[in-house]
Every structure is written in C-alpha cells, then in structure tokens.
Design a protein around this ligand. Structure first.
Ligand SMILES: NC(=O)c1ccc[n+]([C@@H]2O[C@H](COP(=O)([O-])OP(=O)(O)OC[C@H]3O[C@@H](n4cnc5c(N)ncnc54)[C@H](O)[C@@H]3O)[C@@H](O)[C@H]2O)c1
Length: 247
C-alpha cells in the first residue's frame, strides 16, 4: 500500500470529515501569513478571523487533528503548520504533469506557488506539433504520445488537465490507466473515473455565477423580487444558476 493510500485510510479511520479537510488549506494559508509576520502563537479567534470561519468550527476542525491549543495562549503556529501539512500530505513533494499547454496550461506552468507548496511540475504535454518543443518556464513541452512513459519515469502522481473539453475524457482515461489517481480538471466537462480516483474540478465560470447570484440578492433580486423571501425555485434566473451548478 502506498503512503498516500495509508494516509487516506488513516484519515477515514480517524473520521476527519471531508468538509474539515477542505478547510485545512485555508487555515494553512492563514498560518503561513502569520509565520511571514513572525507570529509564534495565535488564538483560535484570531486564526478563525484570518481564515473567515467562526472560532468554534475552527477548534472543532483542529481537534480532529489532535490539536487543542493551550488555554490563554492559543496554538503554536509552527507546530500547527506542521500538523496540517502532514495531514494534507504536504510534508512530501508531489510530482505534477500539466496536459494541454495553451493559455491556461502556460499560466499554470509559470505559477510559482506550486513549488513553494510542495508541488513540482515535471511535465508539460500537448498534442499540437507547433507547441511541442517550446520552452515554457524552463521546461520543454513534450508530445502527449509520451504520456505513459513520462508518468512512470518521473513518478507523476497528480495530473492537471487543461485541454479543450472534447479531449479531456480521453486524456483522463489514459492518465488513469497509467496509474494516476488524482486529477485536477479545468476543462468544462464532467469526467468519469473509476472508484479510487479523485477528480477536483476548477470552474471559474461557476464561481462567477455564484458571485452574480449574491450580487443579485444584494440588489434585492431580479426585477425587484427577493429570492430570500420565497426560496430559489420559482425564479427564472436563480433556478438557472442551480441547474448550472448541478450540471
Ligand atoms: N476552469 C476554468 O476556470 C477555466 C478557465 C479558462 C479555461 N478553461 C478551460 O481550460 C481549457 C484550456 O483553455 P485554454 O484557454 O488554455 O485553451 P487553449 O486552446 O489555449 O489550449 C488548449 C491546449 O490543449 C492542447 N490539446 C488539445 N487536445 C489535446 C490532447 N488530446 N492532448 C494534449 N493536449 C491537447 C491544445 O493543443 C492546446 O495547446 C479549456 O477546456 C477551457 O475551457 C477553464
């Protein structure tokens, strides 16, 4: 069993809720900012405010990690960074390949924030002959035909898909067949994967639609109708939003 599978099993056995896991990176980001300012200890109230959650939820989340803080002192920032990083599997480096090196793939390849968080981009792959061989952020774009070889040789464990939607499922199938079990998908398509494979989908247009929904609500709802008064259904624009999220 791999260390990753071990950690997933441990987490399941210790019963850390997925919602807690999803908040851990937010706490970690706030803790890194505190570290940068030279802060050594932090109260649950301060950390909760920095992370945008209430302090009771924060304390409950951290208790799942066995971290309770010290009354009157709070949490030791450095140790909490270590505990959360260990829980998220960030105390080791993860090798990432980006597939589809167009506008988005290039931007991701040049993003310095991956390396500083333990994600090492070790492959840029594309299908377009005019892109293959180009140097991007110090790496040479390679042909998608070499996908399986590159995954095996470089120990790739996370693949980022930044191809057009039409190519994404085929690419994903190959990636999974090559043994990768974590996929970050930017293509606007729902990928089908076997059990045991984790797919995270990033969709900025959905985020924008959620913001649009809240903007509309702040303005009193469409055509003066307040969606909070009667719920979301029965309101053309708001229910359109719900369909888009569920699609
Ligand atoms: N999730 C988001 O928020 C978000 C934001 C912007 C774009 N996107 C999506 O990201 C994807 C990429 O967008 P873009 O603007 O970079 O597009 P792009 O056309 O600039 O780049 C796509 C790249 O994928 C390559 N490609 C095509 N088929 C391939 C295959 N089978 N194997 C490997 N590479 C292949 C192309 O040659 C091209 O270089 C699109 O699906 C787009 O809709 C998502």
């Amino acid at each position: 069993m791999t260390s990753r599978q071990n950690r997933t099993r441990d987490r399941a056995e210790r019963g850390i809720p997925e919602a807690t896991v999803a908040r851990l990176p937010v706490y970690l980001r706030a803790l890194h900012a505190l570290q940068d300012r030279g802060v050594a200890t932090v109260s649950s109230e301060e950390l909760a405010a920095a992370a945008g959650v209430n302090s009771a939820k924060l304390r409950k989340d951290l208790s799942h990690l066995g971290s309770y803080g010290t009354r009157g002192v709070g949490y030791e920032v450095e140790y909490l960074v270590y505990q959360i990083s260990r829980e998220l599997g960030l105390t080791q480096d993860w090798v990432v390949a980006i597939i589809g090196v167009g506008n988005l793939g290039r931007a991701l390849a040049g993003y310095g924030g991956f390396a500083s968080r333990g994600f090492r981009v070790a492959g840029l792959l594309d299908a377009d002959e005019s892109v293959i061989g180009q140097e991007i952020s110090g790496m040479t774009v390679e042909h998608i035909d070499r996908l399986e070889e590159i995954i095996a040789e470089r120990g790739v464990s996370i693949v980022v898909i930044a191809t057009p939607a039409a190519a994404a499922q085929t690419v994903c199938d190959r990636v999974v067949a090559a043994g990768v079990t974590s996929v970050l998908n930017f293509a606007p398509v729902v990928l089908t994967v076997p059990e045991g494979v984790d797919v995270r989908k990033v969709d900025l247009s959905i985020e924008l639609q959620i913001l649009a929904f809240h903007e509309q609500r702040k303005a009193g709802g469409p055509d003066g109708y307040d969606p909070m008064a009667g719920g979301v259904s029965g309101n053309g624009r708001a229910s359109g939003y719900v369909e888009a999220v569920e699609a």
